[in-house]
Design a protein around this ligand. Structure first.
Ligand code: 3NM
Length: 204
């Protein structure tokens, strides 16, 4: 079983002015103590995504576990530490075939049925959300609230990541409901260093 850090930072390319801004923020987060980082890019082609991912590997692979959103092939090609798949991406077992036994595999879930299904797979961790309202995801599933995290916790012993609208103000309640880690996009963007340090302090 893998062990997740309390904070799982997600760098969504749409939040940055360009690749340089994204790389700098990645380095800032790493120096603030972040050790698990996902690269998420819903609008760029595979070639650009691989370029960006390789640069992240070059800058950070020694200090941070890098996870590729959606694309198992790019995770492998970039030398990332894992891939995260959603309900509309490759199945967990499909992604596992691509990445092999050693890379981390995460699966997004949005309701109890999906948690039960993901629990049966070789996924290393399960993400559940959106816990709160989020504007970082197109067409989000219905909000599950802290109660949804409590419910998910009862359905799996795999490491559980809570996602969606998680901030410094509400993260403690999500961990107290049984999540092992919180995944965050927007509350890390504006002041990455300060924000990451505060998350890590609150969740210690
Ligand atoms: N997945 P923020 S919610 C990428 O419910 C993502 O699976 C979700 O961003 C899910 O921290 C979400 O800005 C967006 O709310 C998270």
């Amino acid at each position: 079983m893998i062990s997740l850090p309390r904070l799982y930072a997600i760098l969504d390319a749409s939040c940055f002015t360009g690749p340089a801004d994204l790389f700098n923020t990645a380095e800032t987060l790493s120096s603030a103590g972040v050790t698990l980082l996902q690269y998420r890019n819903k609008s760029e082609n595979a070639r650009k995504m691989l370029d960006h991912a390789q640069e992240l590997t070059h800058r950070l692979a020694n200090s941070v576990k890098l996870i590729m959103n959606d694309r198992a092939d790019l995770a492998l090609a970039a030398g990332f530490g894992g891939v995260h798949v959603g309900q509309g991406d490759l199945s967990a077992e499909g992604a596992r075939k691509v990445i092999g036994p050693n890379l981390w595999l995460g699966v997004s879930t949005h309701n109890p049925g999906q948690v039960i299904e993901a629990d049966k797979t070789s996924a290393d961790y399960i993400a559940i959300g959106p816990v709160f309202a989020t504007s970082s995801k197109a067409n989000p599933d219905p909000i599950i609230g802290v109660d949804g995290v409590l419910q998910a916790r009862k359905l799996t012993r795999k490491p559980l990541v809570a996602i969606g609208g998680i901030t410094r103000a509400n993260c403690r309640s999500v961990i107290d409901a049984g999540a092992d880690s919180v995944a965050v996009i927007s509350d890390l963007v504006r002041e990455p260093q300060k924000s990451a340090e505060e998350f890590l302090r609150i969740l210690r």
